[in-house]
Write a protein that binds this ligand. Structure first.
Ligand code: PRX
Length: 683
């Protein structure tokens, strides 16, 4: 290990390590030598967690008394109506409870508290619309708008514990809708605006929603896309009889179908409502929200999050991971339909009184310089996006230099973030050099819908960086790598990522599926550890974690999580055409993975133009069943799928075929080797 420069030696993970200075060749690993990006002096100086010793003190505090550590933070970061007397209750593990006898309200914590602290006139949300129009909403205004909508919800009979589905575009109203639910103790379930009527219906039915909040349309990249029409279609599919009201935010003013008995314009309903609304004080374990996500088997899981523990995790990670201070302008580019948009748009930044940018559009409209222009215009200081966006913008720059960040003034930036999938070192280096000007640490944050917030991530003022590694656990997160019976694996040897101790922001259960919750995340053989579903490896020298990808049948396409089984079910539900289907992921330079489907038709195997035509039909079928994000890029047809004699589909083989790799696997047990040639043919 090379040690030079001012940040030469720090104790890390019990080992003494050295870190190189930023001399152009750092952040790489060569011949046993690890060279890391040192923490820039100015970042370290002002950081909430300043220097590796501060990080290690927090880790030691949590190590000495895990539940007391989190209790201390819960008192510091959250305002309680009734203080809790017990931190962790593990008597019904894995159904852990945190701060259970405490009561609070999330919307009070995010809004009223900021106004009471004197931040009423501070900009909470700086909204930039698809067409570039900018509006600013202060904390006082956001509170008033939330109260007005919360009053509408109450007036329509929505009560504490009722579920409200939110199917919205990126908008201030989307955040207001979430906050309004939280204010009256209703549990929201946000459904990403790219999901189809069928998926929306399934989620409404699953949650037993009594109300839907939507918009007439959404605007993305200059295109008007329907939302309300899809809600109507979803309700017409049946099974959502509990839905009594649909509240519609007028975004584009497009002509939409109207059902007077159930539809209400948001602006009409909120008009004349008081600007105040008494918060519903709920217990810390009250479900704040459900968020459906894909698993390896069966239908999506309704991940249930708590109120107190979740809010704490959102607040503390927002503050420390992004090192947010009073004058920062934070921008998380995620959609509120995903967990990142929950924790790092709707809740975390507001819980700590930050100013944030909310963006309606897409990174490539009107051109691929949009992100950089917005950072310049709004003087964004902390920017959080996904590797897939970075990679697609790198590609755009190579096609047209005008989109290069160097044409914009990005000097306001202090810290960059990455989320959703592994960031390859080349994209990391580009992001660091060209967006961050070589001076901004990148926090590569590993976490999941289920974890509520960051789990393994650098802290910008403390952690030297290694491109491609999410580095070290957030203080208080007992991340580890184990084998399939829960024993620790030595550093340098890959294994399964687990979390050995419960943490406040963790999933509480799968909505209405307690058994599935236990089976999915706390398999018996793993000693009660939380199983993340990702593989990981820890570096021997630094103790740094690198995520090696999912160990189950979950794909990550442009940072969107998709279950292969879900896509397979969608394909075989096309009963007229499809007899059997298997879906695997293929690594992709831009999107991380792409979806590759192998299909056996009921009729003869098509070739040439006929195959292209059926592939296109199946693509739009999947788009209808799940949503455009699930459309397989590559569809191939065979007379059969490669199976073992016991009838098991050989997925590893399919993965090799999808990658156009030579087949090296043993195919002697294969029932029908002739199909391999067929499946290698692309359409
Ligand atoms: O495989 C990991 C990957 O995304 C999965 C979680 O997806 P989702 O629940 O949709 O949440 C995405 C936003 C938090 C993980 O199991 N993943 C997420 N962040 C990273 C990552 N893989 C590598 N590095 C990351 N920083």
């Amino acid at each position: 290990m090379k040690t030079n420069g001012h940040d030469a030696t720090v104790a890390l993970g019990g080992k003494v390590q050295g870190f190189a200075e930023n001399d152009g060749a750092k952040g790489t690993k060569a011949s046993g030598e690890i060279r890391l990006y040192a923490v820039p002096e100015p970042v370290m100086k002002r950081a909430h967690v300043s220097g590796m010793s501060a990080y290690e003190e927090l880790v030691a505090e949590a190590g000495a008394d895990h539940s007391a550590y989190w209790a201390r933070l819960a008192r510091e970061f959250v305002t309680w109506k009734r203080p809790f007397t017990q931190s962790l209750d593990d008597s019904e593990a894995p159904f852990f409870k945190w701060f259970e006898d405490g009561t609070l309200n999330v919307s009070y914590n995010c809004l009223d508290r900021q106004v009471e602290r004197g931040l009423g006139d501070k900009v909470a949300i700086l909204f930039e619309a698809d067409d570039g129009q900018v509006s600013r909403v202060t904390y006082s205004e956001l509170l008033a708008r939330t109260c007005r909508l919360a009053n509408v919800l109450r007036a329509r009979g929505v009560k504490k514990g009722d579920r409200v589905v939110i199917y919205m575009s990126m908008s201030v109203e989307g955040v207001v809708a979430m906050q309004a639910c939280a204010r009256i103790g209703a549990t929201h379930s946000v459904v990403f605006g790219g999901f189809s009527a069928q998926s929306l219906r399934d989620r409404m039915e699953g949650a037993g929603a009594v109300m839907v909040i939507t918009a007439d349309e959404q605007l993305r990249g200059g295109k008007q896309l329907p939302l309300k029409a899809i809600v109507d279609e979803a309700i017409a599919l049946g099974g959502c009889d509990a839905v009594k009201d649909v509240i519609v935010y007028k975004r584009t003013g497009a002509k939409i179908a109207w059902h007077p008995s159930r539809d209400h314009w948001m602006h009409e309903a909120t008009e004349g409502q008081p600007d105040t609304c008494e918060p519903e004080w709920v217990g810390a374990e009250h479900p704040l929200f459900l968020l459906y996500t894909s698993g390896s088997t069966g239908k999506p899981k309704g991940v249930q999050h708590s109120t107190g523990g979740y809010l704490l995790h959102a607040a503390v990670t927002t503050k420390w991971t992004f090192d947010l201070h009073d004058n920062d302008v934070f921008w998380c580019t995620a959609d509120i339909g995903w967990v990142t948009g929950h924790t790092y748009i709707a809740y975390g930044p507001l819980a700590i009184g930050a100013t944030q940018v909310v963006f309606e559009g897409v990174p490539t409209y009107p051109d691929a310089g949009r992100f950089w222009k917005m950072i310049q215009d709004h003087k964004v200081t902390v920017f959080y996006t996904a590797p897939t966006a970075i990679r697609s913008l790198i590609k755009a720059v190579s096609a047209n230099d005008a989109a290069h960040p160097k044409h914009y003034d990005l000097s306001s930036l202090r810290i960059l973030g990455s989320v959703g999938e592994p960031i390859n070192p080349a994209a990391w280096e580009w992001y660091h050099a060209h967006v961050g000007g070589g001076r901004c640490p990148i926090v590569d944050t590993f976490w999941q819908t289920e974890t509520g917030g960051h789990m393994i991530t650098p802290l910008p003022g403390a952690t030297p960086l290694l491109p491609g590694s999410c580095t070290l656990p957030f203080p208080g997160i007992a991340a580890a790598i184990v084998d399939d019976i829960g024993n620790d694996v030595p550093d340098g040897q890959g294994g399964m990522l687990v979390v050995k101790k419960p943490w406040p922001g963790m999933i509480r259960t799968i909505w209405n599926e307690d058994e599935r919750f236990k089976d999915s995340y706390f398999p018996r053989e793993l000693k009660g550890y939380y199983l993340a579903g990702d593989g990981a490896i820890r570096d021997e020298a630094t103790g740094y974690f690198t995520i090696t990808g999912r160990i189950d049948d979950v794909l990550n396409v442009s940072g969107h999580r998709m279950g292969t089984m879900e896509i397979e079910s969608a394909l075989v539900s096309c009963t007229e055409l499809v007899a059997e289907a298997a879906v695997v992921g293929r690594p992709d330079e831009t999107t991380g993975e792409t979806i590759c489907a192998f299909v056996v038709l009921k009729g003869p195997r098509p070739t040439g133009d006929a195959a292209k035509k059926i592939a296109a039909e199946l693509r739009s079928w999947v788009g209808k069943e799940i949503g455009p994000i699930a459309k397989p890029k590559d569809i191939r047809f065979g007379d059969n799928l490669p199976k073992t004699r016991s009838g098991k589909i050989m997925r590893r083989l399919l993965r090799s075929i999808a990658k156009d790799e030579p087949i090296t696997q043993d195919i002697s047990t294969l029932e029908n080797p002739a199909v391999l040639d067929q499946l290698m043919e692309r359409n």
